[in-house]
Design a protein around this ligand. Structure first.
Ligand code: ATP
Length: 277
């Protein structure tokens, strides 16, 4: 067991949760591990200086220590159609890494992910191009989601309306506010109902009205028997939008269960207690 994991109060054990009324499995994560390799970051010692000189003489590009961050450590669960699963955890717990690995965007060091159906990851960094107009981004995004040019053109007005960007659609996205860009990203990514929608903090931006509309869209997707994953620092968002939650701590799954139980346990564990005098 990871030494720092012992610090967790009450020592929650990993659980394997199967909801009472479920659809068929949509995604299975089996003992998923993700490691990042990090170059540099250590104080240069005299030995390193010697190595550095040698490496430079040989014209190598990467010099310095290589270390590893074991960001996700053996996470397993089964997600079902019709479930909306919140992923909770403190900064650096491995939430975004897990989501990207589930979406197939990061290589896994070990383990497997099996999924049934199309996946769409909606993140703060989802690629839209600043130098292109909103219209062009909608076209490219739509094609990337598997629509034909004709289908994208048909959906264009509803995407623009949902995003609430009006005439800005004809301007380069570099002229958009961050909220407008986030709304357009959300509108494009959900214009085709994916079987599995993964949302990484993307709902944190936008005003109250847009948050309500995006929540309704997420519910629609869930109701169409899709599966939704939501990474958020807002426990309230997870409670509002999810029926199940997974809590990660330092890359490990601490708890998986009904959203109210997991949120209550997470709140209790992360509560700031006044120091005893
Ligand atoms: N590209 C990267 N290279 C090296 N280490 C990384 C990289 N991305 C993340 N990490 C490390 O992996 C661990 C998990 O990071 P991750 O971003 O998945 O956590 P998170 O729970 O989403 O955090 P946050 O809530 O702060 O967004 C952290 O220790 C982080 O420092």
């Amino acid at each position: 067991m990871d030494a720092r994991f012992d610090d967790l109060e009450d020592g929650y054990e990993e659980t394997h949760y199967t909801p009472a009324s479920i659809g068929s499995p949509s995604l299975i994560a089996d003992d998923v591990h993700v490691r990042y390799r990090v170059f540099g970051g250590r104080r240069i010692t005299q030995t390193d200086q010697g190595l550095l000189r040698k490496a430079l003489n040989r014209g190598r590009r990467h010099v310095g220590a290589v270390s590893e961050v074991h960001a996700v450590k053996g996470v397993s669960f089964v997600a079902h159609h019709g479930e909306s699963i919140g992923i909770l955890g403190r900064n650096g717990a491995g939430k975004s890494t897990l989501l990207r690995a589930l979406a197939g965007l990061l290589p896994m060091a070990a383990g497997n992910v099996y999924s049934a159906g199309t996946m769409s990851l909606l993140g703060v960094n989802a690629a839209l191009m600043g130098s292109m107009t909103g219209e062009r981004n909608i076209m490219i995004g739509g094609l990337a989601l598997g629509l034909t040019p004709k289908e994208v053109r048909e959906k264009m007005p509803s995407i623009v309306e949902f995003a609430g960007i009006g005439d800005f659609v004809n301007l380069p996205m570099s002229a958009y506010s961050s909220g407008m860009a986030a709304r357009l990203r959300f509108a494009i990514s959900t214009s085709v109902v994916p079987d599995i929608l993964m949302i990484d903090e993307a709902l944190a931006t936008g005003d109250a009205e847009f948050r309500a509309r995006s929540q309704a869209r997420v519910e629609e997707i869930r109701d169409e028997a899709g599966t939704v994953f939501l990474v958020s620092h807002s426990i309230a968002s997870v409670e509002r939008m999810c029926n199940r939650a997974i809590w990660l701590e330092q890359g490990r799954m601490v708890m998986d269960g009904p959203v109210d139980d997991v949120c209550a346990a997470y709140k209790e564990a992360t509560r700031v207690r006044p120091k005893k005098k």
